[in-house]
Design a protein around this ligand. Structure first.
Ligand code: K7E
Ligand code: CUA
Length: 683
């Protein structure tokens, strides 16, 4: 859900308690302080000191634009991966290397709202290579390399607004998708908002994703002006299809809360993307001008580059019959989830009283038999009765998302009645309910949207936290709850707080990632233009009003550590290379008055800080990561003189570096004991 949190709290939090009155579970007042876990819960989530969690779980950060990596079953936070938002903790988006990653046609965008982490798959099973995630606000998709847990690629999506149905993957990760939540007039047309029905369109983008560094939009399908909410790929028999939910088929453009809830049914869009590929191959696509950015972080140089793209191939589904069908689906559906067999497409009709489940085989038959109920904008609408496999009756209130355990059961999150409901595929009977606290959005089973779920746990990602933790003022952490699903009945195991607002999450066995971790960047392969591979390579150079300082960081000093010759009016670039070749030996760099952030350098990596001194004086810089017993000694000074001063450029290096230089220049008399006079023009 994307309603502002305070509003949701008012509207739906109230509904939570109202629902409790209706027959479901109690609201906050009655559960405060209660221990809801069963007797042996502690031992099931306890990971003894020195031992590893069984699963990596990747939780989106929601409005913090990042990803939280947690261990399951302990719920311990392991890592915060910066993606769409600047992060002063690591310098992501602040240092010169990573700034281009946030480049868009709107300029450098420092924030976004990320909802859906999606693991890459091989044969329909998460494989631990990459993690994809979407940006809603300025539509983009990102790739995180799971050998480094670093974002390595970000692609902007043109002709889109609200990249919400994204970045769900095909079973081979050939494509990930992005569909527009808000329909918009194409080509930034300046039209009256009241002309919505005539002028507003949706798009569904298929993004080629299986070639790292080369992500691009393969094609965009032009869709009627509805809201496209979520998507999932088919698998097994339905491999080659993609399913998207739509709401606002009313095409309201004001007071959607009321006006987009009129139709009894909206649609699930079924997209035959192999047929779309064929149409494109036959030249039925149209290349249209569209500007968007593709940003790639080169893992050797550590430098990101931005490339502006100027066109995209679009496909009008009426030019390519058989590519898109609509399946009527009650009512304002949110999630669409395909079961492990690939036969069932489950919709979460936020306002529906049932959970509708469509059958893929019935859909194919209905298409063959032309069981149509008219068409919308030239797209055939299939008869509800012809595609529906079953409806889960009385599941609870506000079904949103469904995941699967691989044993024939489905688990659906119920936002309004605050519970997770377990039901059986095929018979559609409700088997069990687990109250959650409160207002669950997504839920997640490791591998739970894949061909082979690992089952074992379901994680409930709750929106409202009241009374779960020590209060922290008006704003509380979000709450995740871990539930054991290995038996017939669900068992509550653990509450743990999460940061940002996780929407979706994905998890997989740690084994698939753990052994492939990069431990340090090889210094010999560091191709940064600012790199130094030894202390003796450090120095200071001037080019007009630009001063470049190359510096090595190693326990426990910077080389050089004292710098002179900088003048007011200069722009200074500190290029700091961590020349350690040891796992987890990280150094930081911060200089007084910096307007951006610190630098954090992984071993073997170079990062660059831009610094424009504002006044004369001498400014300390220091290492921000407590790297050794002499970390507090890891410091230096940079002297800033008036413009036009005759203070020469000077970069002082350590005794060790001096010795290295002496060796390197054997035979040449080194008369400088005070410091090394760096090359570069002086004035
Ligand atoms: Cu249901 Cu953005 Cu996937 Cu939130 S979305 S919950
Ligand atoms: Cu390097 Cu502290």
């Amino acid at each position: 859900m994307t309603t502002p949190k305070h509003l949701r709290t008012l509207l739906l939090g109230a509904a939570t308690c109202a629902a409790a009155g209706l027959a479901f579970y109690a609201c906050s007042t009655t559960t405060a302080g209660a221990n809801l876990a069963s007797g042996d819960a502690a031992s099931k989530v306890y990971v003894p000191p020195g031992q590893y969690d069984q699963y990596y779980a990747f939780l989106s950060g929601g409005y913090n634009g990042q990803i939280g990596v947690y261990g399951l079953p302990s719920g311990r936070l392991l890592k915060f991966v910066s993606v769409f938002s600047q992060n002063p903790e690591t310098g992501w988006g602040y240092n010169e290397e990573t700034k281009p990653m946030l480049q868009t046609t709107y300029g450098n965008i420092p924030w976004d709202d990320s909802h859906h982490p999606e693991l890459s798959q091989t044969n329909g099973v998460p494989d631990g290579r990459w993690l994809f995630i979407n940006a809603n606000n300025t539509p983009r998709v990102a790739r995180v390399d799971l050998t480094t847990f670093e974002t390595t690629e970000i692609l902007q999506i043109p002709n889109s607004a609200g990249g919400h149905a994204s970045p769900f993957t095909t079973p081979d990760s050939k494509y990930i998708v992005s569909a527009t939540r808000f329909s918009i007039p194409m080509h930034n047309a300046d039209v009256p908002i009241a002309s919505y029905k005539q002028n507003f369109k949706g798009t569904v983008s298929f993004i080629r994703a299986d070639q790292p560094g080369k992500m691009d939009i393969a094609f965009q399908i032009l869709m009627p002006g509805y809201n496209y909410d979520l998507g999932h790929a088919g698998k097994g028999p339905s491999d080659g299809w993609f399913f998207f939910t739509t709401y606002n088929t009313e095409q309201a453009n004001e007071k959607l809360e009321l006006n987009a809830s009129q139709n009894d049914k909206d649609f699930m869009a079924a997209v035959n993307y192999r047929a779309a590929e064929q149409c494109i191959a036959q030249g039925k696509g149209k290349s249209i001008p569209s500007e968007y950015y593709h940003n790639v972080l080169d893992e050797k140089s550590g430098q990101a580059t931005s490339e502006k793209k100027t066109s995209v191939v679009t496909l009008d589904p009426t030019a390519c019959p058989g590519v898109v069908y609509f399946l009527p689906t009650p009512k304002s559906p949110h999630g669409v989830d395909v079961d492990p067999s690939g036969e069932y497409m489950v919709a979460g009709g936020k306002l529906a009283t049932v959970i509708p489940v469509h059958s893929f085989s019935k859909m194919i038959k209905a298409i063959a038999d032309k069981q149509f109920d008219g068409s919308e904008y030239g797209i055939p609408v299939l008869k509800y009765s012809a595609t529906i496999a079953g409806e889960v009756q009385k599941p609870g209130l506000g079904p949103l998302h469904t995941e699967f355990d691989g044993k024939g059961n489905a688990y659906t999150s119920m936002f309004i009645s605050s519970e997770i409901v377990k039901w059986k595929l095929g018979t559609w009977e409700v088997l069990d309910r687990m109250p959650v606290y409160y207002s669950v959005g997504h839920l997640m089973i490791p591998g739970g949207d894949s061909k082979k779920p690992w089952g074992q746990y379901v994680l409930s990602l709750n929106k409202i936290t009241k009374d779960r933790y020590l209060p922290t003022g008006p704003e509380l952490a979000q709450s995740a709850q871990l539930i054991d699903i290995s038996g017939n009945k669900m068992k509550m195991l653990l509450d743990f707080p999460t940061i940002g607002e996780p929407h979706y999450a994905q998890a997989l066995p740690a084994e698939l990632i753990k052994s492939r971790q990069l431990k340090f960047y090889k210094l010999a392969e560091n191709s940064s233009t600012g790199v130094v591979r030894s202390e003796s390579e450090g120095g200071i150079t001037r080019t007009g009003k630009r001063v470049d300082i190359k510096m090595a960081a190693i326990r426990s000093h910077f080389a050089p550590d004292n710098l002179e010759g900088v003048q007011l009016g200069d722009t200074v670039y500190f290029h700091v290379t961590n020349i350690e070749q040891d796992w987890d030996i990280v150094h930081g760099f911060a200089v007084q008055g910096a307007e951006n952030a610190e630098l954090i350098m992984a071993p073997g990596a170079t990062r660059t800080l831009k610094w424009i001194p504002k006044a004369t004086g001498v400014y300390p810089f220091y290492c921000t990561d407590f790297c050794s017993a002499l970390h507090q000694e890891m410091q230096g000074y940079v002297r800033v003189s008036p413009a036009g001063s005759n203070v020469p450029l000077m970069a002082n290096v350590s005794k060790k570096a001096q010795a290295q230089m002496a060796n390197a220049t054997a035979g040449r008399k080194d008369d400088s004991h005070a410091g090394h006079q760096a090359s570069g023009k002086e004035r």
